[in-house]
Design a protein around this ligand. Structure first.
Ligand SMILES: [Zn+2]
Length: 458
């Protein structure tokens, strides 16, 4: 295994649960946000201290793979036939039908043990669909979430791809589909786990958030006693993420903004830098990640993780999807999981800082720049025009840098973050130097410039 990292996970889970709880308390100010708290008790009165103990309890002993139910071997690329539910035929918990016979065993597969996930053994050289469900206390609330698995015929690392933690971010769903449905299990070394839609609640409503309007990506690694978001996060992290040797969490811009395909990564961590180097020609923005993000929680647990941002919410963007798929396939190659050589392009720079430039006037925003464009201080980025008074103001760049995210043309209010500019490029990733944290811009007097690494874009 290239990333034998699981020893510290239980310890790290327990350490980070406190942070997640603190974050959660801040969000529990109104009754409307209490969500699934059926007893009507405010979340903040719950004594989270001693009840964190379940996290520190010993990891459950995994029964021998031979005694576990075996996953059905499925050709993931084969469409699942639509079942006519009007027939009222009783269905089994695992919906994936067998669409392909078990592949012939190979020498490598005979010597490779099954991959065990969700108490199911996935034989080497096969692919399958499993369902991740929350505990019984969630019956009737949370739907089982499909998990795609391709278990290679040969041993190797486990790479996890997660998408739609924010339910309105669609590009990642398609990236997972294209990657997972095109992997030949017989030619794969290691295992790829794909979760196309982590936040099914939000996805069904076209919403970024869970049903209780919490942002799931602020609650990892979760805990067993907090809000529903904390419990969902805990279950997902324990059942799925803790089995990963590396994680790519797929996102898009948020709230009518779009992102240049880019990695968000803590490049002060050597194992994370190594992961970023596998993506080929993709811009990297250094960021430790907000507390409670899946990425930050995974890295804290010793699992190298990056966020891949691409495109905008509520819209499938072919270029962004294609970039993401190419990046992940290159990563599979770089991790030694697939043999086909597919080196891709020159490495893009690592940016160590980024700045959001906001508008000072309300009105109609029109951009004059494009994603990926390099800009200099003083360059015109866009204009805002008041449709009633016809007063127009220019938005200029206060820095030299590159446009890595921007608002779509729309009606904006004063203060709207319009252009995300990456600065302080470093041509090659380096694990030896600890990059600077976010620092104040050169001209702190400028009211249009604010540093905001975390504009809810993680
Ligand atoms: Zn997101």
């Amino acid at each position: 295994m290239r990333y034998p990292l699981f020893i510290l996970i239980v310890f790290s889970l327990s350490a980070f649960a406190v942070n997640a709880s603190e974050d959660e308390d801040k969000l529990s100010e109104t009754p409307a946000e209490l969500g699934f708290n059926k007893k009507g008790k405010p979340v903040e009165v719950v004594d989270l201290g001693p009840e964190q103990k379940p996290l520190a309890s010993p990891a459950p002993v995994t029964p021998p793979a031979a005694s576990l139910p075996k996953a059905k071997s499925v050709d993931l690329g084969e469409p699942v036939p639509v079942v006519d539910t009007s027939e009222a035929v009783p269905t089994e918990p695992q919906p994936a039908p067998i669409t392909a016979p078990a592949p012939p065993e190979t020498t490598a597969a005979e010597t490779t043990p099954p991959f065990v996930l969700l108490n199911t053994a996935v034989e080497p050289g096969t692919s399958t669909r499993l369902l991740w469900s929350l505990s019984k206390s969630y019956d009737g609330i949370a739907a089982p979430t499909p998990i795609l698995i391709v278990n290679g015929a040969s041993p190797g690392p486990t790479l996890c791809l997660t998408a739609a933690i924010h339910g309105d971010e669609l590009n990642g769903i398609e990236i997972v589909r294209r990657v997972l449905y095109n992997i030949d299990a017989q030619a794969l070394s290691g295992t790829v786990i794909g979760v196309p839609i982590v936040n099914l609640q939000g996805f069904h409503r076209g919403s970024r958030y869970l049903s209780d309007r919490r942002d799931l990506n602020r609650f990892f690694p979760g805990n067993t006693t907090g809000s529903s978001a904390a419990r969902i996060a805990y279950s997902f992290f324990k059942e799925i993420i803790s089995h990963c040797d590396a994680l790519v969490d797929l996102h898009t811009g948020s709230f009518y903004r779009t992102n240049l395909p880019q990695l968000r990564a803590d490049v002060s961590k050597e194992n994370v830098v190594k992961l970023t180097q596998g993506f080929g020609a993709t811009v990297i923005l250094h960021s430790k990640g907000a507390i409670g993000t899946l990425r930050a929680a995974a890295v804290a647990a010793g699992i190298p993780a990056v966020t891949l941002e691409a495109g905008e919410p509520m819209r499938l963007d072919e270029d962004a999807v294609a970039h993401g798929v190419k990046g992940v396939r290159t990563l599979l190659n770089q991790m030694g999981m697939v043999k086909k050589i597919s080196l891709w392009g020159e490495p893009e720079p690592v940016y160590h800082n980024s700045i959001w430039i906001r508008v000072n006037q309300g009105g109609i925003l029109f951009s004059q720049v494009e994603l990926g464009e390099r800009v200099s201080e003083g360059d015109l980025l866009g204009t805002v025009t008041d449709p009633i008074t016809n007063v127009r103001s220019d938005i200029s760049s206060s820095f030299d840098g590159r446009i890595i995210g921007m608002a779509l043309n729309q009606v904006v209010m004063p203060g709207f973050a319009a252009f995300h500019i990456a600065t302080h490029a470093e041509e090659m990733p380096s694990a030896s130097t600890s990059p600077p944290e976010q620092t104040l811009p050169a001209d702190p007097e400028s009211p249009t410039v604010l540093l905001e690494d975390d504009l809810e874009v993680n």
